[in-house]
Write a new protein. Structure first.
Lengths: 151, 151, 151, 151, 151, 151, 151, 151
């Protein structure tokens, strides 16, 4: 099966911090569709894209944002696809703002939050979700983990 | 002139904490239109209402929300009317989450943030905005301040 | 298809805070297997149970823990199934300790973290993961969301 | 109509962080009157200037300050004009001190607080306040927002 | 010699928390002049009172305030008498806001800050200052300390 | 009268951050006796020096320390002279640790705490204490403040 | 062999929170010598007691204190016996102050810090230290752990 | 007697921060066995190594880890040897995450936590534990402390 995951970020300046998400998805043969869109500066683009994401063949959405990081929450509000949030550091209130704004979602609309700047883990989490029904991905995950054992 | 201010909150459980906003606006003869809508559970309602707010005759929007408080930011993303954010306490991460999620907005989309649970001040801030062009409101503000001098 | 999700918690005193996880899973017809096991007081039970979880037919693991909340991370270390972490409040360092100990996982081993005490959302996140390949769950999620619109 | 906004800061060393406030106001054809005055080292200058600001033709006051940032609160205490506070980073307690000292104002005396180091948004907030009664500013805000959509 | 110390607080609701300041001063035979005045709601009263305090025979000023606690800083800005600040708890951001707003004063204008809700220690600090030139107070301090040895 | 103030610090590496204390005292003609002694690595030296400080002609003690900054508290425990604490930054928990360890003193043993790294203000606070009974110092303080008005 | 451990606390009001330390030591047949002494209010008692503790037959010292919790650090400064610190909650800055003041010790003088209010674990840590050379204690620890497995 | 202490760290990138632990142990003639193993990426290695550590002749285990620092807790869960935890800085949530994840252990399983990045003190703490039954180590500790007196 072909998988397709959207990797959204609020600003082009987030590209470096979010790059490991796409790289990691591609290692698993998953299409990573990287797009810049902001919950605050292009909110209609976010709601339109995310509302149509399931129909457009996406299995999950990864969102990276800093400061009052609303991107993941805004995405989660418009879809029942799994949304993974990556809080990004960079402001004076370094990572605390984006972490709390991403993880403290109200009842009903979860965001699967990973560590501050943890874009690689966001991708791995999506792979693990897909691997629930794909034993080939399970094997790849196990190989990848074996490589990551520190020496 | 007749003024009209929307007072939005994400959940009916926020009513008590937000009540001083409406009470204060009404003291100044300003219509307070209190509505429950959630950036996460009814996002399209928020964008639709806020996008049309200027045309519908509102001069400002007050938003109260807790936890990953996106309501004010979501409103600010859909209008150029002034948006005042009231971070609400109540979660385990008591007020820190809603404060940072409300105030740390990115460049371009400001939210005028007041103190945690500061709904009365949100209303006063709106009155002060309107009073820039309304000397009658200035007089009322001065009287109100005189009453508030502690003794 | 029949689904089976483990709901683990470190102590029987966490039962009330974790109850919404099982209740929510059951609403969707998903078996919730609630078990008490501690990353610190019964670590071998955790590694044994979690290591065998995929083979035993589980699709996901939800872990609730407080303080230096290692349960979700310990589970994630022993499986490539998706692990959802629920930081629990209750210590003097109320929720900050469990949130950071759950979400700040190192590269390679993600934990999908939800809000402090957010056990209902942990279950919904699992449902959303399963719904990627189950359109019937998508419908149920949409109905559930419609019910949760605040009025 | 001609608009005039005071941009106050506690120290000449805050100039770089506050420069976007004046630049942004000027883009909208609003006079930005930048002045150095300190709530602690020249308090009488602050109270004298601010007390007379409405009569002197100002529509709003923007205040940037770091550490125990009292400037915005001190200004707000002396006028019923809208006061916008910009917490500045730079101390060891980086931005947390100025944020809390600016936003946590008591009942009766609001300060419209923006993000730490958010001087551009302080100016935009003032423009949005003025635009309530000036449709030309509304158009300019809409153009500005369109420019800011990330690509 | 007769000593006279002003004990200022921003609101009558702070009376209970500040009461130990007066009680402690009186134990040492020092006149405690307790007054309610607010840096934000009666700023001119604060500047007028504090500016004249040395001439009026006061040796020190104790200020208790909560939230964005400016009272001590505002007093310190208007006098070269020693100003002791007592950060008061009570907001959602419990004591962190008042502590940082009191202690993080800029260069030139110190506030002698004591613990959150530490009004008794504020009085003892003043007694210790006066005791530098008063050996009778030294003896009283030593007796008081002897009483306070825990058993 | 001749004044003498001890400026203590826990480590020679604190010298740069504490230098403004001595410089400022000397501007006022006050002898600054700078000594390196640690509450943890030379505790008996601290208790011996501080216990004898009043008899040795000191009027106040300034203590700068970082991390679990006990120096000011240890000094305060051994004298009824005023003790001024300067929390120093430099650890990973940058300034929060030293601030809380310095200011949160228990009932009975106050430490007059200034801002993190605020050694100049520590000296000014001592000058203000001495000026209570020395009108010449008052004049010097007023001149100094006039110089510090920002322009 | 007979073991003897000092359990020190700064105030009689800490007794309830520290009681599990003595109870736990006694379960292992270790004498718990509970004493009230304060790093700030009876510092000489602390230094005298602790300096003589090894000669008096103690193997370890447990210290519980709140706020600017110096007791463990002060003890550690006067002995090379292992010192275990228990940060106690109870102030407005609930547990953060005592945790940082206990754990952030400078190079050379360690304090073995346990969780906020973790007096039972302080005792267990001491038992584990003694068990390094006492296989009987190892057996007791293993039995105790078996009892604590949650069910 | 010959002593042997394991110094574990989660990643080779932690080597520099942990180096003082081994250096310090060696100064006391104690064998430091430095190993890289991760609670998350090689959990079975950790449980296997730690479970057998007492039988293999180790007297204590020092663990350094950053972020959601589980290594010390995971070690403590598998042995009744004393485990010393060194929280490491380096993430955006600089040291707060690793400190809380290390120190806030639940009842029954203590970790002796030292300061963030305090690897030298971790070693000294182990020496102090061993010195309880070794008067030669006591002498060495006293010499070492004498060297560390700041001048």
């Amino acid at each position: 099966m072909d998988y397709r995951v959207a990797v959204l970020m609020g600003s082009p300046t987030d590209s470096d911090k979010m790059a490991p998400a796409a790289t990691t998805l591609e290692r698993y043969g998953i299409e990573a569709d990287v797009r810049i869109m902001s919950a605050h500066r292009s909110p209609d683009l976010v709601s339109e894209f995310v509302s149509g994401a399931r129909a457009a063949g996406y299995q999950a959405i990864i969102c990276g944002a800093g400061m009052a990081a609303h991107l993941a929450g805004a995405a989660a509000a418009h879809t029942t696809l799994p949304v993974v949030g990556v809080p990004l550091s960079g402001s004076a209130i370094n990572g605390w703002d984006s972490l709390l704004a991403t993880v403290q979602m109200p009842k009903g609309i979860p965001v699967a939050t990973v560590a501050v700047d943890g874009s690689m883990n966001a991708a791995l989490l999506v792979v693990q979700m897909l691997a629930v029904f794909d034993s080939n991905l399970v094997l790849q995950l196990e190989e990848h983990r074996a490589e990551m054992v520190p020496k």
